[in-house]
Design a binder for this molecule. Structure first.
Ligand SMILES: [Zn+2]
Length: 177
């Protein structure tokens, strides 16, 4: 069994990029304060970083998956330009008000922990030693339901909450045996 390792889970809209309501256009992309530096800081410490994002705008037909992927490609390029790295982006395309019945119910939309649990299984992540940073109570609920630490970002530099997440990881780190 591979050794479990800690990770950082990041909400996207309102934590990595400015959330002006269902952002999906490349030209509207802008980092939240110091979000790019915060991602680099965790990456420099060799901590895997995952994005866990509700994209209900897909279920609502505000935009489609190719548009989201273009937005993500742009975001990942900007993050890479700043010296950071995202291991994987998990997204939930569902929305309870979707016109498509099959797009309404799921186990991935936060506050459910589905996306975090899937990533943890795939990448052998130590959830109690990991932290999820989000700007909404639903992010905290998802974190707790998954069994990881939740850190609420309210305003100011994202570096501040990233440092809190990295501190949690260092406190929870198991000594190498
Ligand atoms: Zn979903």
């Amino acid at each position: 069994m591979p050794k479990l390792r800690p990770a950082i889970f990041l909400d996207r809209d309102g934590v990595i990029n400015i959330d002006h309501g269902y952002p999906h256009k490349v030209e509207d992309f802008a980092f939240m304060p110091d979000a790019d530096r915060a991602i680099k800081r965790a990456h420099d410490l060799n901590i895997p970083i995952f994005v866990v994002t509700n994209q209900g705008g897909i279920g609502l037909r505000y935009f489609d998956i190719p548009a989201m992927r273009q937005f993500h490609d742009h975001m990942l390029t900007k993050i890479s330009d700043a010296g950071g790295y995202i291991t994987e982006i998990a997204f939930c395309p569902h929305h309870p008000s979707s016109p498509h019945p099959e797009m309404r119910d799921c186990t991935c939309r936060k506050p459910q922990p589905g996306m975090i649990l899937e990533l943890a299984k795939k990448y052998h992540i130590d959830l109690p030693a990991s932290a999820m940073i989000g700007d909404r109570p639903t992010d905290m609920e998802a974190a707790h339901a998954a069994g990881c630490h939740g850190i609420l970002y309210e305003s100011g530099s994202v570096l501040t909450v990233m440092d809190a997440a990295l501190q949690h990881i260092s406190i929870m780190a198991k000594p190498i045996s």
